[in-house]
Design a protein around this ligand. Sequence first.
Ligand SMILES: [Zn+2]
Length: 249
Amino acid sequence: MGEKAGRRRPGPLAGLLVAVVVAAGCMGGGLDQGEPEQPGPRQNGPAASPGADSTRADGTTSVAEFKQDFSDAVGIAERYWTDRFRASGKQFQPIRRVVPYTRSGEVSCGGEGLPRNNAVYCSAGDFIAYDVNWSVGAFRQVGDAFLFYLLGHEYAHGVQVRLGIRYNFTIQQELQADCMAGAYIGDNVRSGTLTLAEGDLDEFREGLLAVGDDPNQPWFAEGSHGTAEQRTDSFFRGYENSLDACGLG
Ligand SMILES: [Zn+2]
């Protein structure tokens, strides 16, 4: 459903291809922390489904296109959270800025330069920053699911701050952000804003679990962000059941 081919420019992304999420865990609710460095997406993700978005894995996605797509995902997140807050009688203040960067230290959060191969919500400045080259690389290899997951997860940290939720452990915060990212994607699929190709959900599930088996992906370490299985469970709880499943209180 939806326009599969023509993700040229306008509007909400058609064809959300949920394939492998190379989950980008991060170090808590943005207290000047970045995502831990990760080795980048796996070389060979699952084969593209028929009708997969044309920008996936074909190596032709430009940085400019990525930035555009990312900002579309941000726009969808802003509308999503604005509506959710309004439904609870609250006003939502969108995250202030989204900042792409290319060099280590080019962007600082709370006085500390952000490293490359990273994406982060910085609570000190209320912004999301991401290494655009690293992100584009992942986008090319994994698909646009990566973009939505990445943005959905980081945006969720900004929402957590706005809600003033307190956590005993980082892992609670991270798994909740995964759940919220799932709800963000799932609810937008249900509303028709985003579209899945058939079989994408299975690929997503398999992909997430598969990623967890890779010993080179330390952000899945127990006690910090959750195992691949925990993260998959959290993501799909949100994806399938929306925010009620995420324990936002
Ligand atoms: Zn995180």
